[in-house]
Design a protein around this ligand. Structure first.
Ligand SMILES: CC(=O)SCCNC(=O)CCNC(=O)[C@H](O)C(C)(C)COP(=O)(O)OP(=O)(O)OC[C@H]1O[C@@H](n2cnc3c(N)ncnc32)[C@H](O)[C@@H]1OP(=O)(O)O
Length: 412
């Protein structure tokens, strides 16, 4: 059974100390409903609500979805709260898709909302990231990662930032491993950041809309070597919402603007050998999504990948099969992943520059791809976009993200 995206909306992203989670949720839902042509939510049969940190930072309880959606007039229907670290948005999407494909209903809503910026609680703001790891095994897992990275030692005199998310250290260790094994350079990692910052100058919803040259990225404040601040996703507030329906309900919406969901593969990490990148969680998700959709990487027109750090984009374009293993840095250097290149990656500006409100990110990526496939992306529009792919990863377990979703849209 085919499922379609028939309504999509997001808030602008940024640091909004005066904007509570409920207000952002209501803004995103209102936009998605308006986009779908519905003037009220009464035909929504089930909803998924993705959020990772309000329980930690605001003492909210476990019924965030029921609470936040009530002000949008959504109640009485099944509402499922989703927490799967930075992959929460796409996990909600995968579950809504399964519900529709199984025939339980015809119209479903997926919402991701996150409030991360608490200027009066900076310590808590950074500490909350650790909740997306195995906190009981954390020290031994970090030690294992650091030993993996020892082939590329941190240069003398480079100090980490005093305040940072633990994920910047985790991704830095992965990056150093990749540098030692494949010769990836810090400059190539900076090139990803420079490209994505340039893309975000064309995205009015992006948190940062300024250009940064590779030299400016390299000269920014060190966070965790090889990363500077401009190579790290920022602290962001924001929300996104999406209405999905089955083919049988499509006639109730504007079918011309509907976007088909071709596949969606959610997988979790394994105890793989650290050198066995053929079984990397991102690679396994990509292979499964391509198989379900019946297409391969060569068919893709545009991608949104989870660049929580600039290095992450390098390994994920390898996992998605856009280039051979180890050549993600060289592919970035070639310009193939920039707008106008062979396969533009993160035309939205990516997490690095558009922003990364973690529980909402998976849906924000799909919002961008929906906009691209509809031909409505303005200055950042990818020519003749027909197939689009998103990769959304979250948490840390073993030697990889704890969860990864790859979703393919379009093809009709
Ligand atoms: C699987 C996963 O997805 S894990 C990833 C989850 N997300 C994270 O872990 C978040 C990682 N980020 C961080 O830890 C922090 O944002 C840091 C350490 C990179 C930067 O923190 P700070 O130095 O405190 O910077 P701060 O957030 O106060 O920003 C200060 C200024 O730096 C600049 N800046 C911050 N981030 C960026 C960026 N990505 N690009 C360009 N400029 C930036 C902005 O001008 C910002 O100004 P603003 O406050 O008006 O927005």
């Amino acid at each position: 059974m085919d499922v379609y995206i028939v309504g999509s909306g997001m808030t602008s992203l940024g640091k909004f100390p005066d904007r509570p989670l409920r207000a952002m949720t209501a803004m995103a839902v209102e936009k998605a409903l308006a986009d779908s042509g519905l003037d009220n939510p009464s035909s929504i049969e089930a909803a998924w609500f993705s959020n990772t940190r309000q329980a930690l930072l605001e003492g909210q309880n476990g019924i965030r979805g029921e609470v936040a959606l009530r002000s949008s007039g959504i109640s009485g229907i099944p509402i499922t709260n989703v927490e799967n670290a930075c992959a929460s948005g796409s996990t909600g999407f995968a579950n809504a898709l399964a519900y529709l494909k199984a025939g339980f209903g015809e119209v479903a809503l997926v919402v991701g909302a996150e409030k991360m910026f608490f200027p009066d609680n900076r310590d808590g703001m950074f500490r909350a990231f650790k909740g997306s790891t195995d906190v009981l095994e954390f020290d031994s897992q970090i030690d294992a990662l650091l030993s993996l990275a020892k082939g590329m030692p941190i240069p003398d005199g480079v100090e980490p930032a005093a305040e940072r998310s633990v994920f910047m250290d985790i991704y830095a260790a992965f990056a150093r491993y990749h540098m030692a094994r494949y010769g990836t350079t810090q400059r190539q990692i900076a090139a990803v950041a420079s490209k994505n910052h340039h893309h975000s100058t064309m995205n009015p919803d992006a948190q940062y809309q300024f250009d940064l040259t590779i030299e400016e990225v390299l000269a920014d404040k060190p966070v965790s070597w090889p990363f500077t601040r401009a190579m790290c996703a920022p602290i962001s507030d924001g929300a996104a919402a999406m209405l999905l329906c089955t083919g049988s309900a499509l006639k109730r919406f504007n079918a011309d603007r509907a976007v088909r969901v071709a596949s969606c593969a959610l997988v979790s990490s394994t105890d793989r050998d650290p050198d066995d990148l053929d079984n990397h969680v991102g690679r396994r998700a990509a292979l499964r999504a391509y198989e379900q959709a019946g297409v391969g990487p060569e068919a893709m027109s545009v991608a949104e990948v989870h660049d929580a750090t600039a290095f992450a984009e390098i390994i994920q374009i390898e996992n998605l099969g856009f280039c051979p293993r180890g050549e993600g840095g060289a592919m970035t250097d070639s310009g193939a992943t920039a707008l106008g290149g062979r396969i533009p990656v993160n035309p939205s500006g990516g997490l690095l520059s558009k922003g990364h409100p973690v529980g909402a990110t998976g849906i924000i990526q799909l919002h961008e791809l929906t906009t691209q496939l509809r031909g409505e992306a303005g200055a950042r529009q990818v020519d003749n976009a027909r197939w689009a792919i998103a990769e959304n990863g979250g948490g840390f377990l073993g030697y990889e993200e704890a969860a990864t979703t790859v979703t393919i849209l379009g093809g009709e």
